[in-house]
Ligand binder design. Sequence first.
Ligand code: FEO
Length: 163
Amino acid sequence: MLLSQKMQDALNAQIHAEGYSANLYLAMSIHAQTMNLEGFGHWFRKQYEEETSHMLKLISYVLERRGKVELKAIEAPPSQWDSMTAMFEETMKHEEHVTELIRGLADLAEAERDHASRAFLQWFVSEQVEEEATVDSILQKLQMCKGSPGGLFALDHRVGKRE
Ligand code: FEO
């Protein structure tokens, strides 16, 4: 069964959103390196790679359903943040936004009675739970080491171990 036009458009919009997420985290990775927080730079680079893999996963699915993939220009992300806490606050807000997008996609798949897309999207539903939990955990630690450079350096070392 071919994808409905609505479902195809929504999946293409998500491909675009994941592309933006990738660029946003790449910009954060670059900024972290300029702050000499190489561990965070590494963490955000991994995040960039993960978002790219989300985008590719969606592209493969649309192609598998014999749909049309339409890539659009991706808007430039910001390039400056006041602190690592500000970066993680924005990351948290962004991931909550992505969770809403995925919820919208899952709702649409149900409304369209597209069970294949609904099943495919379940992976993203679970992934968002994990993403939000990871980001929240780092954000809370950052808030705990507010005003303590030693705490920030220890955390930088820890997040730099992300596989
Ligand atoms: Fe692709 Fe961070 O969600």
